[in-house]
Each structure stands twice: as structure tokens, then as C-alpha cells.
Design a protein. Structure first.
Length: 401
């Protein structure tokens, strides 16, 4: 059983009457909930009998499963009306950490929580393993390559049960994604939706082009936006928004698309082996995706909303892959898959530094190698050291995090 970084803040969130652990299927939500709250009664709404009891007679359901410690309600989005009863019980009993909820559909559960449990619930997001968790749990060692991690991805079961990554993701796509998608919306041509998802994988790290995606799938821009929302709701992709608040010039306003897990993206792209990945044309984009997604996880693991953006000028001549907006600081991060540091790695940082009159903290270049050193233009860190970048910022920039 892997130790998860987010467990360090879960006890703090348990001061609320309810705690919601949200994230994609198979990210370890159930395991974490049972590990952190071993005396709670565990109930899964994927069990039809339990779901029917909760829907038909909610008061009997809660009285029948009364426990002085509490209850874990897994996949609670299947019975969203249960939240109004949780609200009433929470207000009456005032028991911290009594209800532990888990859900795997972002929009549905967030909407339900906002309507019923505002001010009564602490929300955490649990994603597949982060780089630091892989290091801490001995998944990443001295001989581990970046191509291996991009290809295998970060879902815990792959490492816990030594499952072949190709087999895992094939089953994941056919079972979990399809199951969630069909609950969210009625898609007549599911094969075309799968094609759309694969096309998104081919655009990881790129600006979202609604027209191109629509043309290749034979669907309207409206449907493209709807299907992207479905993939977001199922915790398959996220959109990184452009940062254009501080720099006084015309910049792009289209978001970039990333997958929460590069192993899933590799499967959708039908990359057969990690050896093949080394020569794959999109390797650089997948490396960038891994680092961006890991920064996202690092913030979620400390209970914070990821303050991540990218920056690109209107002409596309200059770009910074990631801007970490800490309010009083903007930290630029460039991401390069090469293992040899080259002068062109610093093109974006150099232009960013020239644009900003107020001196910012030095930016970072995360690259595919492992040696770290500082230059006058910015800090160079390897992909393994990037696992601790958010923690490093908290130490070097007091008050920023």
C-alpha cells in the first residue's frame, strides 16, 4: 500500500463534518479513505442494493448504518440527493469527519456539493501518483528512465499489482471511461467519441483547436466543447489557461490541453512500448505533459488550487510553458525533454525577464536529464528534482505558498 502525500492534510480537512475525496477512477481514493479512516463503515454506491436503499429510504439508510466513528460513501455521485440528508445530519449532530465521500465525476460532484454542503465539507483532489510519491515509494530509482514513466503512467494499481501498462489502459478506457461518459451524456456514436479522445492525446501540450478537432471527427464546435467538458468531468484532461494579467502586450487567449496521466495518453496514441516512445514525434509534448500534470498534483497534494498557467505572445514567437502565479510572485518554468542543456532552452525565460520591469525570482528550466545547476538567467533542474519544485518554492520564497 503506497503512502500518499495528500494524507498529510486529510486530518486537517476532517475537522469539517464531511470530507470529499475527488479524482479519477483507480487513483486510489477508496484505498486512501479506508486507510485514513479505518473505523468508518465503508459503503459503495456502485453496489446496486446499497444504492437502492439510499435512494428509496434515505433516513432508514443512515439509521441502519449508524456508526459512532462515521461512514465512507464511495462514488456518491450515483445518489446525489443523499447530500441534502447529509447536510441535515451534519447540522444536527455536528460530528467532525463523520462523512467521508469519494467521487470520480468532477462537474457532477462539485455541483452537488456546492448546492448542498457549502461550508460543511473539506474537498481534496486525489490524482494518480506524483513523481515524489513514486520516489518515496521506491517506484522511481536511479535506473528509472523518463520514457519508462511517461509510458507506464502513474496509476497505483500498475505498480501495486505489477500490471502490464498496455493491458491496464486498454481496460481503463473500455470500462471506466465509457461507464462515466455514458452516465454524463447520451453519446450516440461512442466509437467517434473514442476517436475524439485519441485526437486529444495527439494534441497534448498544444493550444485547443476546436475547428480542427471538429473537422477530423465530423462534429460541430459546440459538440467539441461538450465532449471536452465530458473528458474534464471524467478527470481525463484539464485545460491550462493563458496568463495575460501582468505583461502589457497582446497575448494568446486560447487554453492548452493536457492529460492527467501520460500513460493513458500513450495508450490512446497506440504507442506499443517505452522503447518506441524514445523516437516518437510527440515525445517532447508528452514530457511537457508529465511535468505540468505533476506540478498540478503537487499543489493538490497540499490542499491548494494549482495556480498554473502558460504564457505566449499573440504571434507565437515567444512562450513560457508554465507560469506559477503565487500572487506576489510569477515564476516562469520552461520544460525541455532533451538530456543535454542547450542555449535555446532559455529563449522563453530570457524574453520573459526582459518584459518584466519588476524583478521576479529566477525561473526554472526542467529538462530530461538529472544534473541541476544555477545560471544567471534561471535554475536548471532535472525531471526527478522537479518532483519537489513546489516544496522548494515554499522554502525559497517565504509567503508565496
Amino acid at each position: 500500500m503506497f503512502k500518499r502525500k495528500i494524507s498529510e492534510i486529510l486530518h486537517e480537512f476532517a475537522k469539517f463534518p464531511a470530507v470529499a475525496i475527488l479524482g479519477p477512477r483507480q487513483s486510489g481514493k477508496t484505498t486512501l479513505a479506508q486507510q485514513m479512516f479505518p473505523n468508518h463503515t465503508y459503503l459503495s454506491f456502485e453496489d446496486e442494493a446499497i444504492r437502492d436503499m439510499a435512494q428509496s429510504d434515505p433516513w432508514f439508510f443512515f439509521n441502519h448504518h449508524e456508526n459512532k466513528y462515521g461512514v465512507i460513501l464511495d462514488e456518491f455521485q450515483y445518489v446525489p440527493n443523499i447530500l441534502s440528508y447529509i447536510q441535515l445530519i451534519a447540522d444536527e449532530k455536528k460530528r467532525p469527519g463523520y462523512f467521508i465521500l469519494s467521487g470520480s465525476q468532477n462537474f457532477l460532484v462539485n455541483q452537488a456539493i456546492t448546492q448542498s454542503l457549502a461550508g460543511r465539507v473539506g474537498i481534496v483532489n486525489l490524482f494518480p501518483l506524483s513523481l515524489q510519491e513514486c520516489i518515496d515509494n521506491k517506484i522511481i530509482g536511479e535506473q528509472t528512465t523518463i520514457d519508462e514513466m511517461i509510458f507506464r503512467g502513474f496509476y497505483p494499481r500498475i505498480y501495486q499489482e505489477s500490471i502490464n501498462a498496455t493491458n491496464f489502459y486498454s481496460s481503463y478506457i473500455n470500462t471506466y471511461v465509457e461507464k462515466d461518459v455514458r452516465q454524463l451524456v447520451n453519446i450516440g456514436d461512442f466509437h467517434n467519441f473514442q476517436k475524439f479522445t485519441a485526437l486529444c492525446a495527439g494534441r497534448a501540450g498544444q493550444l485547443v483547436n476546436f475547428e480542427a478537432l471538429g473537422d477530423e471527427c465530423g462534429i460541430s464546435n459546440k459538440t467539441v466543447k461538450s465532449w471536452l467538458s465530458i473528458l474534464e468531468a471524467s478527470y481525463i484532461i484539464f485545460l491550462l489557461q493563458p496568463h495575460y494579467v501582468k505583461v502589457n502586450m497582446r497575448v494568446i487567449k486560447t487554453p492548452k490541453l493536457y492529460f492527467y496521466d501520460t500513460g493513458l495518453a500513450c495508450s490512446l496514441l497506440r504507442i506499443p512500448t517505452q522503447e518506441t516512445l524514445a523516437f516518437y514525434p510527440l515525445r517532447g509534448a508528452l514530457f511537457e505533459n508529465l511535468i505540468i500534470a505533476d506540478l498540478y498534483k503537487q499543489y493538490c497534494n497540499i490542499g491548494q488550487r494549482p495556480p498554473l498557467y502558460f504564457w505566449r505572445d499573440k504571434n507565437g514567437s515567444y512562450e513560457v510553458d508554465c507560469i506559477i502565479d503565487q500572487g506576489i510572485y510569477l515564476i516562469p518554468v520552461e520544460i525541455k525533454s532533451g538530456q543535454t542543456v542547450k542555449p535555446e532552452f532559455f529563449k522563453g525565460l530570457a524574453f520573459w525577464n526582459e518584459l518584466n520591469v519588476i524583478k521576479e525570482p529566477q525561473g526554472y528550466v526542467v529538462y530530461g536529464g538529472e544534473l541541476a545547476h544555477a545560471r544567471s538567467i534561471g535554475n536548471i533542474i532535472g525531471w526527478k528534482e522537479a518532483a519537489g519544485l513546489v516544496e522548494r518554492l515554499s522554502k525559497t520564497l517565504p509567503g508565496a505558498i
